[in-house]
Design a protein around this ligand. Sequence first.
Ligand SMILES: NC(=O)c1ccc[n+]([C@@H]2O[C@H](COP(=O)([O-])OP(=O)(O)OC[C@H]3O[C@@H](n4cnc5c(N)ncnc54)[C@H](OP(=O)(O)O)[C@@H]3O)[C@@H](O)[C@H]2O)c1
Length: 167
Amino acid sequence: MTIKLIVAMDQERGIGKNNDLMWHLPADMKFFKETTAGQIVLMGRKNWDSIPERFRPLAGRENVVLTRNTDFTADGAIVFHSLETCLAHYASDERDFFVIGGGEIYRMALELGCVDEMYITHVDAVYGADTFFPEFNSTGWNMTELFHHEKDEKNEASFTVKHYIKK
Ligand SMILES: NC(=O)c1ccc[n+]([C@@H]2O[C@H](COP(=O)([O-])OP(=O)(O)OC[C@H]3O[C@@H](n4cnc5c(N)ncnc54)[C@H](OP(=O)(O)O)[C@@H]3O)[C@@H](O)[C@H]2O)c1
């Protein structure tokens, strides 16, 4: 199992505000959907809550939610109470394991040092977030730029998607 992380952040490393995304970027949503299709997606309980009910579980992916609340259930998702237990459960799974946020879950995964690859959408704007992607040491990663998307009538900001592979 390869452990990957996928995130979109603004120029202040902002990823969300009031438990919601801050931008409308369907081209990035499409990239997220295609990249995670058929794989396992791990999210924090707040991220799960933030997804409108009609869109969850995220279709065509195994949805996994992390919470400390042992009474919590999520229709269509598998619930774990620690990242270590969750990773152990999927250790021999052939699918990719995607950490899909939010902020607490990204931080925990990076601190644990378990992430092999990251897909980061760098949005060329500032949104005044209340939740942020952690700083990471860029010297520890080989980066390639996957594509740049210009602002257009459907996408309110330009953005660049970069792929980071742990050295
Ligand atoms: N831009 C992006 O790419 C992106 C992606 C995803 C999310 N987001 C945004 O990020 C924000 C949400 O992020 P967040 O940091 O507030 O919350 P989060 O990371 O989604 O979820 C936090 C929750 O995860 C659970 N948790 C955390 N550590 C745990 C541990 N060690 N063991 C078990 N459970 C644990 C807890 O759930 P309980 O409280 O239930 O115990 C905690 O409240 C939203 O604004 C969302 O829109 C942005």
